[in-house]
Ligand binder design. Structure first.
Ligand code: ADP
Ligand code: GLC
Length: 481
């Protein structure tokens, strides 16, 4: 089965969040199931420089007004990539979608329409490579791919749109219709039109054969007005063709037995190495060296989605209760400032690193006792999966994929010995504060805590099951004709 994945990020070539992790990992799991997967990416500088065995597949005369090239190549791990080398669109450094001042880049509408159009042409075999049977587009950046295939009359090529986060919709002024080469009639209610704008994500939802999102709970949540972010009704109307397939993580990239970025390797059978990582993390973050205090962590975009504004108000509570906090992240300046102020106030107990640091993320997962993910909504979430793989206990909001992947330490779950973390509903100071108290109590019951860590580290968090679910979905779509 030939599958073209269309996405704007792919680890390790370009990453701003979990989308990259998914696109960089799921193809290997699909290939293990017999699929033949190619990933189509924008030619950002790190994408082009990170590819091995590069060849020019095609020279294109006019992509959004300028010449461009299609480049084939492989990632270091051997994933097949095709990149759209169009410097006038993608020669940007830093965040691919935003300027340094946090504003969206002015040409986002044009560049991602062009990207999706070429994706459709690639899938249709326009560039001397065999056609693809399945086109799997991710998020709004690839949202128009199915619309272009529809406009080309290629209903035979089956399309899947995955929503990684409904908060990012790719909505643009309607005048953009005259620049993106889609027929005017696509601008209609059951089409691209959304409150008199053009919505690329809506295009993916309306024109794809099937829509997935990244957890079963989020798939239900987004079919409601409360959590549908304006698309609740539309998604409900597509309920028959909408499913939630859980993300996994790359078990080679996240492996405490072999991880080169941590201070001591360890395994599910012997978690002793975690203590060395805790000491190394305390040192790295300038924290007081202490074995028996719970060391909490955060590795996240610092946004209200992630509920970290609420956690920022509870740092004193954590410290006064005898805990430490190591935080790595960047995002909203007010949330950054709140955590930096807390670190200044409690320099030996709170360490904050603002920025993006992949190796440090690994050391934190290995060294921390527990990770906070107090999200208001969370399509899937990957950091709880990485945490569990490293024997670190997640403390998370009961939403989306967090609900699907963490077993709360309720009295019943503790009695059965199956708890893997702590979940709480209602993201507010009172509930989170009570949950922090619950975590302290569990940490101070060493046998229970040890069991939770063991449960967490033995939880299956890879892609094997979900890859089978995607393969079954693709097979169903191909059977439909
Ligand atoms: P989202 O995609 O919503 O940001 P996920 O939990 O799905 O959340 O994925 C986040 C990914 O980004 C994880 O791989 C996490 O380790 C990584 N990450 C987030 N912030 C940082 C950071 N500051 N430094 C390094 N890695 C980070
Ligand atoms: C989005 C979501 C996150 C999910 C990731 C990968 O960024 O916010 O929950 O894990 O995509 O699917």
């Amino acid at each position: 089965m030939r599958i073209l994945m269309v996405a704007s990020e792919c680890f390790p070539l370009i990453k701003t969040g979990g989308l990259a992790d998914v696109v960089g990992a799921v193809p290997f799991a699909l290939e293990a199931e017999g699929a033949d997967v190619t990933v189509f990416l924008p030619g950002f500088p790190t994408v082009l420089s990170g590819l091995k065995s590069k060849k020019t597949l095609a020279k294109l005369k006019d992509v959004a007004g300028e010449p461009a090239k299609l480049i084939t190549g492989k990632t270091a791990k051997g994933l097949s990539i095709i990149a759209l080398d169009a410097p006038h669109l993608f020669n940007v450094t830093g965040n691919p979608y935003q300027e340094k001042n946090g504003l969206d880049r002015a040409d986002n509408a044009i560049k991602f329409a062009a990207f999706s159009k070429i994706a459709a042409q690639l899938a249709a075999g326009d560039f001397k490579i065999p056609e693809f049977e399945i086109v799997h587009a991710h998020d709004w950046q690839a949202g128009l791919t199915a619309a272009y295939l529809k406009a080309m009359g290629r209903d035979d090529i089956k399309t899947v749109q995955t929503i990684h986060n409904l908060a990012f919709q790719g909505n643009f002024p309607k005048h953009i219709m005259s620049n993106i080469g889609l027929p005017d009639e696509f601008f209609r209610d059951y089409g691209l039109e959304y409150w008199d704008k053009v919505s690329y994500l809506k295009g993916g939802i309306v024109y794809s054969d099937h829509v997935t999102t990244v957890s079963p709970t989020y798939a239900l949540e987004i079919q409601s007005d409360a959590s549908g972010m304006g698309f609740g009704g539309l998604l409900k109307s597509r309920g028959q063709d909408l499913s939630g397939i859980l993300n996994g993580i790359d078990l080679d990239v996240w492996n405490p037995e072999t991880d080169p970025d941590i201070a001591a390797n360890y395994s599910a059978e012997n978690l002793a190495g975690k203590a060395k990582n805790k000491a190394a993390l305390q040192k790295k973050m300038g924290l007081r060296k202490a074995k028996d205090v719970p060391l909490f962590c955060v590795i996240s975009r610092l946004t209200t989605q992630k509920g970290l504004d609420v956690l920022a108000g509870l740092v004193d509570h954590i410290v006064l209760s005898g805990g430490q906090l190591a935080l790595l992240g960047s995002g909203d300046s007010t949330i950054e400032a709140a955590f930096l102020a807390a670190a200044k106030k409690h320099p030996t107990e709170v360490g904050v690193q603002i920025g993006y640091d992949e190796p440090l993320a690994h050391l934190i997962q290995a060294g921390a006792d527990a990770i906070f993910i107090p999200s208001r909504f969370e399509p899937c979430g990957l950091t709880q999966l990485c945490a569990m793989r490293y024997g670190t206990v997640p403390i998370a909001g009961r939403v989306g994929g967090l609900n699907d992947t963490i077993i709360d330490a309720s009295p019943a779950a503790l009695a059965k010995g199956v708890a893997t973390g702590l979940l709480f509903s209602d993201i507010d100071v009172h509930t989170l504060s009570a949950t922090i108290d619950r975590a302290f109590a569990l940490y101070r019951a060493p046998k229970i805590w040890a069991q939770m860590r063991r449960n967490a580290i033995t939880q299956p968090v890879g892609w094997a099951l979900s890859a089978k679910a995607y393969m079954a979905l693709y097979a169903d779509l191909l059977k439909a004709d």
